[in-house]
Design a binder for this molecule. Structure first.
Ligand code: NAI
Length: 346
């Protein structure tokens, strides 16, 4: 594949099987919050994956209809629906990957942190269930504010004695998807060739696209760097405002989350060259000792994160270095808030 040769990071792709040594499928994916704006299109995309044999859908509302509808697609994954806390155990049992888009989205004028009051408790409760019923699964947290909900999930798993730092992810793939789209358009490049790493966190100024590390190597003026960085940071708000009270990104988010699930499954399946950016516990290695969680590029494998690509943060531009320093206290505050919330619970 010529694209892969030009750009080794860009091997991820939805519904593309590149398994080298694995069994080539048979994975079980559970989606918690599957009837929502993200949950439904995400469930559809995962139903199309040849790597998935079992797709379990959980929601507190409307799951029967989504399950019946999706089950009629003639792709191999078997679909089952679950609702109510009593059915969570059966939903999660044996899951290889658990994806969590459960929770409320933003409305115009809201920050992601404004969602903390409702979503923190939702993620805590669902993480407890994951710890009890799918302790070995990879956990993909989509629910915002990711900068806090991922530390909450990690803390809950720790409290239950089943935390494996390689297996808990905040899904920041949408930031990369957006960065790739905007850079390709601005520079008139073929989309398939462009790859921009996005690091830091997943809220406003904590979202830091590393344009200096774009592939292929692209020259940007200072003005372009400023404009593209702002647009990537504010892209979520662009969608929230356009939807005018009807929620936040759902279709592009489902696309991005499906890409991340597919990448994770390829990693589990033994493909040794799967790279994605995600918000994971790698901060101490790449950013600063006070930042345990940080979005960075990782190599995914049989146990989740196999390698943190810390070198990508070396040799960044002065603009990016300043932005990195500026985001650290913001990110730390959100991480600490999540950890404190999880610790205060009985
Ligand atoms: P939505 O409101 O359309 O759907 C949420 C679903 O979660 C609903 O079906 C609801 O019934 C369900 N739910 C609520 N509490 C639950 C619980 N305790 N257990 C199981 N299901 C539960 O919201 P949407 O648009 O799907 O967004 C979901 C989340 O994803 C929001 O927090 C949003 O901020 C976040 N998001 C994250 C992005 C990212 O880049 N990581 C991008 C866009 C949104």
């Amino acid at each position: 594949n010529p694209t892969s040769r030009r750009n080794p990071w860009r091997r991820a792709g939805i519904n593309r099987v590149v398994a080298k040594s694995g069994a080539g499928g048979g994975y079980k994916v559970a989606i918690l919050g599957a009837a929502g704006g993200i949950g439904q299109p995400l469930s559809l995309l995962i139903k199309m994956s040849p790597l998935v044999s079992s797709l379990h859908l959980y929601d507190i509302a409307n799951i029967a209809g989504v399950t019946a509808d999706l089950a009629h697609c003639n792709t191999p994954a078997k679909v089952a629906g679950f609702t109510g806390k009593d059915e969570l155990a059966a939903c999660l049992a044996g899951a290889d990957v658990v994806v969590i888009p459960a929770g409320v989205p933003r409305k115009p004028g809201m920050t992601r942190d404004d969602l903390f009051g409702i979503n923190a408790g939702i993620v805590r409760d669902l993480a407890e269930a994951v710890a009890d019923h799918a302790p070995a699964a990879l956990v993909h947290v989509i629910t915002n504010p990711i900068n806090s909900t991922v530390p909450i999930a990690a803390e809950v798993l720790k409290q239950k004695g089943v935390y494996d730092a390689r297996k808990v992810f905040g899904v920041t793939t949408l930031d990369v998807v957006r960065a790739n789209t905007f850079v390709a358009a601005a520079k008139r490049l073929p989309l398939a060739d462009v790859d921009v790493p996005v690091v830091g966190g997943h809220a406003a100024a904590t979202i830091l696209p590393l344009l200096s590390k774009s592939r292929p190597k692209i020259p940007f003026t200072d003005e372009e760097v400023e404009a593209l960085t702002r647009r990537i940071q504010n892209a979520g708000t662009e969608v929230v405002d356009a939807k005018a009270g009807d929620g936040s990104a759902t279709l592009s988010m489902a696309y991005a989350a499906a890409r991340f699930v597919e990448a994770s499954l390829r990693g589990l399946d033994g493909d040794g060259e799967v790279y994605e950016c995600a918000f994971v516990q790698c901060g101490e290695a790449v950013a600063a000792p006070e930042l345990p969680f940080f979005a960075c590029r990782v190599r995914l494998g049989r146990d989740g994160v196999e390698e943190v690509m810390a070198a990508e943060l070396k040799g960044i531009s002065d603009y990016e270095a300043r932005a990195l320093e500026a985001l650290k206290p913001l990110l730390k505050k959100s991480i600490d808030k999540g950890i404190a919330f999880a610790r205060q619970q009985p």
